[in-house]
Ligand binder design. Structure first.
Ligand code: AMP
Ligand code: ZN
Length: 114
């Protein structure tokens, strides 16, 4: 997808602070961190949103979670994984990604009403 920010990061056309990369998955720090540790785990295949996960592409999702397990080794007090899909969830980048947040108590509320 030529107009997708995350595809451009994957292609190396936009810089990022990479935490991990293999053939299928990339992980990099969020530009606007919401916690002391906040990175994004992104499949290299352009899947727009969680509703677009299918039997054909779900291996990428499994790989994302394998990477999350690797990158959170030592996060002994826990962490949170978030995916936003669509307008109501405030998805701003239309390329499937998983936020990983850690480094402080995150609070019990998953969301605030607007
Ligand atoms: P979402 O709102 O779930 O679509 O999350 C998109 C996330 O991507 C936001 O938290 C942004 O701060 C982050 N983001 C946008 N552009 C970049 C970038 N170039 N590098 C790193 N993170 C970015
Ligand atoms: Zn993309």
């Amino acid at each position: 997808m030529s107009d997708c920010i995350f595809c451009k990061i994957i292609a190396g056309e936009i810089p990022s602070t990479k935490r991990y990369e293999d053939d299928d998955v990339i992980a990099f720090n969020d530009l606007n961190p919401q916690a002391p540790i906040h990175f994004l785990v992104v499949p290299k295949l352009h899947i727009p949103c969680a509703k677009d996960i299918t039997a054909e592409n779900s291996a990428y999702v499994a790989k994302c979670f394998e990477v999350i397990a690797k990158l959170t080794k030592g996060f002994d007090t826990g962490f949170r994984v978030i995916n936003n899909c669509g307008e109501d969830a405030g998805q701003s980048v239309k390329h499937l990604h998983f936020h990983v947040l850690a480094g402080r108590r995150l609070g019990e509320k998953l969301c605030a009403e607007i």
